[in-house]
Design a protein around this ligand. Structure first.
Ligand code: BGC
Length: 249
């Protein structure tokens, strides 16, 4: 049977990345196309970028979009790291109109987590698995017996007078010029909070920085087993594409 590719798009705080994906195998079929997230990242400006990507790729099939916010039935419910004008926007409807097609929108970390569980470091793990994406913010996706508990926002946990992501996201390491060891210390405080609340058996670390796990994993202390994401920063694209691929669009 010929493979039906699906377009996966991962919208992040600083960049939007897209690629065609074989949703059965979780394989990225084309080199990811990357554009900067517009600033200000208003709903219309982001929708215009998504439309440009779809027309650049001359794509007419299913589209899955990972978005950095709580998404309830297609509607954006939070705006920790995005323009506040997104709150209440029906993202499925907005992007669908922009691309003149149908799409599926889900939280970016949920998308990355689904891909890691199916094709990456979480494959075959039925115990409690937490996937964290460390980037502009901190995304989280929790799985038990491979089932996703959606829209978990562990990056919003209070930590050191602000939120965990304001203290320990990968972007903070760069902005504050922290050493890997200093940043590792911050992550350990975050992990301590998490392990007081949840009891993950495995924590998978994703986001672009997961490519450099050898630099900071030696400083991390968790009760749970730790593993770098295997799909690195392509997990969001793959997971979003897979969600769209499941639907008969
Ligand atoms: C958002 C999450 C998102 C994470 C990673 C946070 O600021 O609240 O929904 O998953 O960033 O992009």
């Amino acid at each position: 049977m010929p493979v039906l590719p699906v377009l996966g798009i991962d919208i992040g705080g600083s960049g939007i990345r897209a690629a065609l994906v074989d949703a059965d195998e979780g394989a990225v079929l084309t080199a990811p196309l990357e554009v900067a997230t517009p600033y200000p990242a208003s709903p219309q400006a982001v929708a215009d970028e998504v439309a440009k990507i779809v027309s650049t790729l001359e794509w007419q099939g299913p589209v899955g979009i990972g978005f950095p916010a709580v998404i309830r039935a297609g509607v954006v419910a939070t705006a920790a790291n995005i323009d506040t004008s997104w709150i209440g926007v029906d993202a499925t409807e907005l992007f669908g109109r922009a691309i003149a097609g149908t799409c599926v929108v889900l939280n970016d970390a949920d998308a990355a987590g689904l891909a890691e569980m199916r094709f990456g470091a979480g494959a075959g793990h039925d115990e409690t698995v937490l996937v964290l994406t460390l980037g502009t913010g901190i995304g989280s996706a929790l799985f038990y017996r491979q089932q996703l508990f959606p829209n978990l926002e562990l990056g919003s946990l209070p930590l050191r007078g602000g939120s965990a992501e304001e203290y320990a996201a990968a972007s903070v390491r760069t902005q504050e010029n922290l050493s890997w060891q200093e940043w590792g210390g911050r992550l350990n405080q975050f992990f301590g909070q998490i392990e007081r609340l949840l009891s993950p058996d495995l924590i998978i670390i994703g986001g672009g920085v997961s490519q450099r796990s050898d630099q900071f994993f030696p400083y991390l202390r968790t009760r749970a087993q730790l593993a770098p994401a295997r799909l690195l920063n392509q997990a969001g694209i793959v997971g979003a594409a897979c969600q769209a691929g499941k639907l008969d669009l």
